[in-house]
Structure formats: structure tokens, C-alpha cells
Design a protein around this ligand. Structure first.
Ligand SMILES: *[C@@H]1O[C@H](CO)[C@@H](O)[C@H](O)[C@H]1NC(C)=O
Ligand SMILES: *[C@@H]1O[C@H](CO)[C@@H](O)[C@H](O)[C@H]1NC(C)=O
Ligand SMILES: *[C@@H]1O[C@H](CO)[C@@H](O)[C@H](O)[C@H]1NC(C)=O
Ligand SMILES: *[C@@H]1O[C@H](CO)[C@@H](O)[C@H](O)[C@H]1NC(C)=O
Ligand SMILES: *[C@@H]1O[C@H](CO)[C@@H](O)[C@H](O)[C@H]1NC(C)=O
Length: 269
């Protein structure tokens, strides 16, 4: 009958086989294919706005609740065109996010359409604890409410200041050496704005200040090392909304964990 060559599994080994299958497969089916953790499901949504897509932790906003990101990284979609990020009561338009390099290209909203300001503020991003300027970013100073030169110099423009026409000037350290043809002390107020190194070159070639500012500037944020461990274990990074200190939380398909997902299936990935 050939019973020696192909023995049927005994009931014991069949039980072991089923047991192993249960251990291997069932937890993953139950934990990851069925009713997922509510917060896990919420954080699986990405943020999308205009040309900026697939944005995840540490950013939140839109379909992503606060617990999917960190304080200071809220994005709000502006007229379906681009996201806005607010930093210390100053609004920035986000032109680009590179989630691999952890950089953003942003532009001050108040300077986007008009280089003549009504409210004079320095740039909050320049002394931020969350964001650092990248090396390609330089500081440009803009002076308002100045006496004009009548010399038609390239870094002079006109703005209303307190309802009267006044001159304004912009310059970086190189302009300072090169063409300081106006009296800074005549100016009422100044602000510092970050610009890209390349925008400074464009300015010296006669490009408009508006165009230079609209290129934005780059800031870097922390690479959030704890997030990598979480995502490699199959989790989604977030923060603990019920904790006052808003500590890091790894949202996994079964439930939230402090660092990484450690449901039984993890071992076999
Ligand atoms: C967004 O991410 C998903 C999954 O990672 C990918 O399939 C998709 O192509 C991405 N979309 C864009 C526009 O990058
Ligand atoms: C901006 O900063 C510069 C130098 O740090 C300072 O001289 C200027 O008064 C500041 N401007 C405003 C509007 O606070
Ligand atoms: C100022 O200079 C620009 C070119 O740099 C020229 O087009 C413009 O006519 C000049 N304006 C006056 C008032 O001289
Ligand atoms: C604005 O102009 C008025 C009248 O010319 C003057 O009294 C006031 O001090 C000016 N304010 C500033 C901030 O320069
Ligand atoms: C979130 O914070 C609360 C209060 O601090 C704590 O009890 C809970 O265990 C935390 N949850 C996670 C997933 O870390």
C-alpha cells in the first residue's frame, strides 16, 4: 500500500502544524487585517495639499489628528494651493517638504505678495528651537522708512510708511561692503529675512526683491530617530495626546506602544 513511504500525519503532528499556523498567521490577521487601532487608522492618512503630497510624522493637520504629529508641525491647507505652517504667531507658506532630508522650503506669508510691510516683524524661524536654517540660507536685511537717495540704486524701493512715501533698502553683508549709498540711520525700522544664497546672486544680477523672497528659504527639522525604530516595526509615529508632555508614541495595528510594535507577528517580518 506504500504506507511506509508517505505516512499520513498523525493527529499529534497535525495538531502541532495547526498550532504553528495559528501562532504564525492568526495574530497578524486578527491584529492587522481586522479592526485596527483607531489612532493607527487615523495616522495612516497622509497630509496632501496642492503639489505637496504624502506628508506624515512629525506633521499633522487636515485628515491627521494632533496625536499623529508633534507640536509646532501643524499644517493647514491654504485654498488647496499650498500648506501654511504657523511658527510663533508668524505664518509661513510651505513650498516644499523633503521628508528624507527633513527639510522644508518656506516663505513668509506677509512678504509673499508685497515687500512693503504694514507690520514689522523679524523672522521667527531664525531663532527657532524646532527648525534650523540650512547652510545655503543667508540673511537679508530690509530697512523701511528711510530718506531716499535719488541715485536710482538697485537695492532701493519705495513704500508707504505711516501714510507717507518713504524709501526702503535691502542688503546683505556684501551689499554692505559694496554699495552702501544710503544713510541707515535715517531708517525707522529694519527686519531680517532669510533668503537662499542663489536668490542673493539673482538680486545682484538685478532680479526683483519680490522674486528673491518668493523663492523661500530652507529649514531643517530633527530627523526624529525614535520614529525610524517605530516604522521599521510596522508602526506609525505619533505623540501621546493624553500625556501632558506629549511623549513619543508608536501606533501599531493592535494598540499604541511607547517605542516599537511588539505584537507576535513582528518576530517574523
Ligand atoms: C505616496 O505614498 C504611497 C505609498 O508610500 C505611494 O504609493 C505613492 O506613489 C505616493 N504618492 C506620491 C505622489 O508620492
Ligand atoms: C530685527 O532684528 C534686528 C537685529 O537683530 C533689529 O535691529 C531690529 O530692530 C529687529 N526688527 C524688529 C521689527 O524687531
Ligand atoms: C533707474 O534705473 C533703471 C535701470 O537700472 C532704469 O530702467 C530706470 O529708468 C531708472 N529710473 C530713473 C528715475 O532714473
Ligand atoms: C506718523 O505720522 C504722524 C503725523 O505725521 C506722527 O505724529 C506719528 O508720530 C507718526 N508715527 C510714526 C510711528 O512714525
Ligand atoms: C499615554 O500617556 C498616558 C498618561 O501619561 C499613559 O498612561 C499611557 O500609558 C500613555 N500611552 C502610551 C501608548 O504611551
Amino acid at each position: 500500500m506504500g504506507d511506509a513511504a508517505t505516512p499520513l500525519p498523525s493527529s499529534t503532528s497535525r495538531s502541532i502544524l495547526i498550532f504553528v499556523l495559528v501562532i504564525l498567521i492568526i495574530p497578524q490577521v486578527l491584529l492587522c487585517e481586522g479592526d485596527n487601532d483607531v489612532q493607527y487608522t487615523a495616522c495612516s492618512h497622509s497630509f496632501n495639499c496642492g503639489t505637496i503630497t504624502n506628508v506624515t510624522y512629525p506633521f499633522w493637520g487636515g485628515d491627521r489628528p494632533h496625536f499623529c504629529g508633534l507640536e509646532g508641525f501643524e499644517l493647514e491647507c491654504h485654498e488647496d494651493e499650498y500648506p501654511i505652517l504657523e511658527h510663533r504667531e508668524q505664518k509661513y507658506g510651505v513650498l516644499k517638504i523633503d521628508q528624507h532630508l527633513h527639510t522644508m522650503t518656506i516663505v513668509r506669508m506677509d512678504l509673499m505678495d508685497d515687500t512693503c510691510l504694514h507690520e514689522f516683524r523679524n523672522t521667527s524661524m531664525m531663532d527657532s528651537t524646532l527648525f534650523n536654517m540650512t547652510p545655503a540660507v543667508k540673511s537679508l536685511s530690509i530697512f523701511f522708512g528711510c530718506l531716499g537717495t535719488s541715485k536710482n540704486i538697485s537695492n532701493e524701493f519705495e513704500c508707504l510708511y505711516n501714510d507717507s512715501r518713504k524709501s526702503a533698502f535691502f542688503m546683505d553683508e556684501n551689499f554692505l561692503e559694496r554699495e552702501i549709498q544710503f544713510d541707515i540711520t535715517s531708517c525707522i525700522i529694519s527686519i531680517n529675512v532669510p533668503v537662499l544664497q542663489s536668490a542673493l546672486h539673482d538680486l545682484r544680477r538685478g532680479e526683483s526683491l519680490q522674486k528673491a523672497l518668493n523663492q523661500g528659504f530652507n529649514v531643517q527639522y530633527s530627523d526624529q530617530p525614535e520614529c525610524l525604530a517605530c516604522t521599521s516595526s510596522g508602526g506609525l509615529c505619533g505623540s501621546n495626546s493624553s500625556s501632558s508632555s506629549s511623549s513619543f508614541t508608536c501606533y501599531c495595528c493592535d494598540k499604541p506602544y511607547a517605542r516599537t510594535c511588539n505584537h507576535p507577528g513582528t518576530f517574523f517580518w
